[in-house]
Design a protein around this ligand. Sequence first.
Ligand SMILES: [Zn+2]
Ligand SMILES: [Zn+2]
Length: 350
Amino acid sequence: MAKMRSAVMLAPREIELTEVDRPEVDADSVIIKVEGIGVCGSNLHWWRGAERATGLWPFPISGAGGHEYGGTVVEVGKNIRKLKVGDRVAVDQFHSTSCGQCVYCSSGAFNVCTGRGGFVTPGFVEYIKSAEKGLHVLPDSIQTHEAAIIEPAATPISALRRVGLRGGERVVVIGAGVVGLAAAGVAKALGAGKVVVVAKYDAQEKFAYQFGADAVVRSTASDAVEQILSHVDGGADIVVETVGGMAPTMDMACAIVRPRGTVIPLGLWDEPVKIDSWNAVFKEITFTFALAYGQVGLRTDYEFAIELMATRKVPLQDLITHQVPLANIREAFELADDKTRGAIKVVVRP
Ligand SMILES: [Zn+2]
Ligand SMILES: [Zn+2]
């Protein structure tokens, strides 16, 4: 059997390359040669040894959790009708691994499919095997490796479409990594009246303005909440939280949202998060969580993301600040983990 290189995370901050079997095509699948894989914020929970993360998915983690792919189709099974060898694609794994039969799949919510079974991502590898559904052919204006940025951006896109952002809203985005910056850009593209981004690092502040922020507040300021409220008098209509980890950002979100406003928590916390129910009740806050992306109306969030990117209405590809060869996977994780070095998205190139 042909072999390929694959990363394996052995323990926190320990990652190396190993050889695994290369996937083989069958009648209903295609093989994709991967050209870009993003290092996701979720991968860093394992890298840092966060207890909850490592309990959910114990070491050694084969593939090291990579799941943000752009690649080229190199083999197609005999039942494949639409895709052909040479097609350059973005990979929506929530769609491609969904059952297509359950009530959620039938309504476009394939991300919460109940017929999927386990969700296993191949990780940082050279080749992946996929069903045809969930693969989106890229337009000429998007380079193959750039498609890796679509996966993390599709989550805030999905959440903002689900809460029915319809124009004029005042949106505060907490956090200015890929998810936060994509949220800011998309909120603006969907017609938000004002977007305020809460950023920690210099590089993030610069990007926030490029992605349409009307104001940026530094999270390190002792009066950050007051500063945010000075931009959205009476509170924000929508708060998108994108930090998680150990940060008290849910407190901040609940403090700055207006009565009957919406909080979209997109971060993952390592401990259960406490919410001040008195505040939440008196304000009648709506919380909308989001597991990745799906479909709103006739179009999937991936399709929407690709269009925003292709037209540069939201230039998500600009968020790829670093490209690192697969051979240097450790460096890729170190760069992504140390935000003082200016990384927004690190893409690994097999
Ligand atoms: Zn991700
Ligand atoms: Zn299903």
